[in-house]
Design a protein around this ligand. Structure first.
Ligand SMILES: Nc1ncnc2c1ncn2[C@@H]1O[C@H](COP(=O)(O)OP(=O)(O)O)[C@@H](O)[C@H]1O
Ligand SMILES: [Mg+2]
Length: 155
């Protein structure tokens, strides 16, 4: 299933990205797989951090650049933040237990999913972030009913 994304959402500054993260937080449901796509510095980690903070997470939200995965419990949800930019060894996927994380309960937010193509389960929702001369723009692609319901709650 695929619905075409509607008009891009314009995020004029970092605060707008944070506000979008707060809206996303309210729209999440257990088990969702969300890909975050966009160049380095687009704001993928900023968005995840804002989402976690909106859910009430008070600790530090570090980029999982080297650890590849950070785990959070917030707002009654189990969240997993992947950054697969440095993922290389396909054996590491099972070795690190990553497939177990996609258990239908955890909400998995995945930066650079293409680095583990064929290993990462398909996304319910893809969030594309484009860097504009000033600010960012976001497009949403819902691929499943759960992704569609999430997008509907965002509007
Ligand atoms: N809407 C926006 N407009 C301008 N700058 C932004 C916006 N959203 C986030 N930023 C900035 O862009 C950078 C994004 O960094 P980061 O979230 O680490 O990107 P990524 O995880 O995509 O590599 C941060 O410096 C942040 O302050
Ligand atoms: Mg990042």
């Amino acid at each position: 299933m695929h619905i075409p994304h509607d008009s891009p959402i314009r995020l004029t500054d970092e605060n707008a990205t944070i506000a979008f993260g707060s809206r996303l937080a309210l729209a999440l449901t257990p088990g969702m797989v969300i890909y975050l796509r966009g160049n380095l510095g687009a704001g993928k980690t900023t968005l995840v951090r804002a989402t976690l903070q909106a859910l009430g997470y008070q600790g530090k939200v570090k980029s999982p650049t080297y650890t590849l995965l950070e785990q959070y419990e917030a707002g009654g949800l189990h969240l997993r933040h992947f950054d697969l930019y440095r993922f290389q060894d396909i054996n590491e996927w099972e070795g690190a237990g990553f497939s177990d994380e996609f258990d239908g309960i955890n909400i998995c937010l995945v930066e650079w999913p293409e680095q583990a193509a064929g290993l990462v389960p398909p996304a319910d929702l893809e969030i594309f972030i484009d860097i504009l001369p000033k600010g960012r723009s976001i497009c949403l692609n819902a691929n499943t009913p759960s992704g569609q319901a999430c997008v509907a709650r965002l509007h």
